[in-house]
Write a protein that binds this ligand. Structure first.
Ligand code: ZN
Length: 219
């Protein structure tokens, strides 16, 4: 998947992948958290959900009478499975979006931050699959040294602001970059920046000589 650097809302390719359920859990948490904070992106995903539903409706039904056990087990799965009415996502009163609260709780002060050096702190969220998602606290004015990526990187700002040239991301804004992008995000000088960041691979730093690059390389 090739995704140009974006900010604020979901690009169609990502919205479609989320609606189809093909994103790894780590990336899905970031998208679900963003959707709980952005009406525009939520409308985009609901549009792709509707397309998927229409496609399912257009499929010719297949009779299962030759295999009663399969029919019975399928109906039992539907009745007892996770399919249920989904309430409309609501903006959380906590700093932490509701989809993320299932993983780390509701209180940002109770999150087990771990220092990685030079004032940067993180919490890795436990998920399954090939990608990693973490809460990251970057001191005001500190830059993540210039780097590239081995896959998708999604960043959702939860507190403060992140300057990712040419855009500035505020709370609820999402940035999605891929292996074709290099960038140098900087926490705005006004306050510490807390963001939820998911990556599909390691970051590739242009220079590892600075102490700050060594700190972010540990992440
Ligand atoms: Zn990056």
């Amino acid at each position: 998947m090739t995704v140009m650097p974006t900010t604020h809302c979901l690009p169609d390719k990502v919205a479609m992948a989320y609606a189809a359920g093909t994103l790894p859990e780590a990336l899905s948490i970031v998208v679900a958290s963003h959707l709980s904070m952005c009406d525009e992106s939520r409308a985009s995903v609901e549009g792709f959900d509707a397309v998927g539903g229409a496609l399912l409706n257009s499929i010719e039904p297949v009779r299962l009478e030759s295999d009663d056990n399969l029919l019975i087990s399928t109906l039992a799965l539907i009745r007892g499975g996770p399919i249920r009415e989904q309430p409309a996502p609501k903006e959380s009163e906590s700093l932490l979006p509701i989809p993320l609260q299932e993983y780390v709780g509701t209180d940002i002060a109770a999150v087990p931050w771990k220092s990685v050096g030079l004032g940067v702190e993180q919490v890795v969220v436990k998920t399954c699959g090939p990608a990693t998602v973490r809460l990251l606290k970057v001191p005001a004015g500190v830059a993540v040294p210039e780097h590239g990526h081995e896959g998708l990187e999604m960043t959702l700002v939860l507190q403060g602001a992140l300057i990712d040239h040419p855009s500035t991301l505020q709370r609820g804004d999402i940035s999605i970059v891929d292996q074709h992008c290099t960038h140098l995000p900087i926490a705005d000088i006004s306050s510490n920046c807390i963001c939820l960041t998911a990556t599909e691979g390691a970051l590739r730093f242009k220079s590892l000589s600075s102490k700050l690059a060594q700190v972010f390389r540990r992440i």
